[in-house]
Design a protein around this ligand. Structure first.
Ligand code: NAP
Length: 261
């Protein structure tokens, strides 16, 4: 029988790539997000390519009532969720604390922390009931370090790091694994969202270096999920080779400028 994975934020980036690798490895999927069109497209692609059954749940994870209703709406056979990938998240803005937008802060806190909690609160009991499951939280290098103007985004990811460790303690006695996958810079819609559609500014983030791809992160997720029953990957930090830590990157044009100037 095919396993079932629920992936939040599957309409783009790391979530879409994770849906693809899990479908390729025989999973049926519950995919969530606000952009229904993208989720429907993913459903038909994965159905054709991998014969996966895909169920689309279209809701805003910041809305507790919508999130609870979405999980309650699952048909009985879809409630046997083996894997929960807590991936939906974002950075909004990049500003010093004294100038930050409270709306941006609310959006990050509500999505990255509250949303993750709402869905986990609904799905974890289904796993506890079966004495089996695996929760993968997509944290970040920003869960381990902080950077200039990244204050609230880093705080939300630090919170998810703490939640990951806390969940693991609470769930260990129920046979549920909990993993954190913490990527450095990944080329997805992340920067476009952070800079509110300013593509030129978003592209600059990745200029002159090879960032991780969403597929690189999905492969790390799959590595964690495919370990034997007695092995848990607690925490995996993966970085682009050109990024030593959250603030130290090496970019080709900087090098050539240095070389020529
Ligand atoms: P992305 O391409 O922008 O994808 C973000 C996903 O989150 C989308 O599918 C989006 O779906 C969903 N989402 C955002 N707000 C939502 C909401 N209110 N309700 C439901 N779904 C929501 O970014 P990504 O890079 O793949 O990000 C995925 C995760 O990786 C995030 O948690 C991010 O913090 C983390 N991460 C990213 C990087 C990076 O450099 N890219 C590095 C480390 C960690 P809809 O817009 O359709 O709702």
């Amino acid at each position: 029988m095919r396993k079932i994975a629920l992936i939040t934020g599957a309409s783009a980036g790391i979530g879409t790539a994770t849906a693809e690798i899990l479908a390729e490895n025989g999973y049926n999927l519950i995919v969530t997000g606000r952009r229904k069109g993208l989720l429907d497209k993913l459903k038909s692609e994965l159905g054709v390519k991998f014969k996966s059954d895909v169920l689309v749940l279209n809701f805003d994870i910041r809305d507790r009532a919508q999130t609870e209703a979405a999980i309650d709406s699952l048909p009985k056979s879809w409630k046997n969720v083996d894997v929960l990938i807590n991936n939906a998240g974002l950075a909004a803005g990049l500003a010093p604390i004294q100038e930050g937008s409270a709306d941006d802060w609310d959006q990050m806190i509500d999505t990255n922390i509250r949303g993750l909690l709402y869905i986990t609160r609904k799905v974890a009991p289904l796993m506890v009931k079966r004495g089996y499951g695996h929760i993968v939280n997509i944290t970040s290098i920003a869960a381990k370090e902080v950077y200039e103007n990244g204050n609230v985004y880093c705080a939300t990811k630090h919170a998810v790091d703490a939640l990951t460790r806390g969940m693991r303690i609470d769930l260990v006695k129920h046979g549920v694994k909990v993993t954190s996958i913490a990527p450095g810079m990944v080329n997805t819609e992340f920067s476009l969202v952070r800079f509110k559609g300013d593509k030129a500014r978003a592209d600059k983030v990745y200029e002159g270096l090879a960032p991780l791809s969403a597929d690189d992160v999905a492969e790390a997720v799959w590595f964690a999920l495919s370990r034997p029953a007695h092995v848990n990957i607690n925490d995996m930090l993966l970085m682009p080779t050109a990024q030593a830590n959250i603030t130290t990157t090496v970019r080709k044009q900087n090098l050539s400028q240095t070389e020529t100037s």
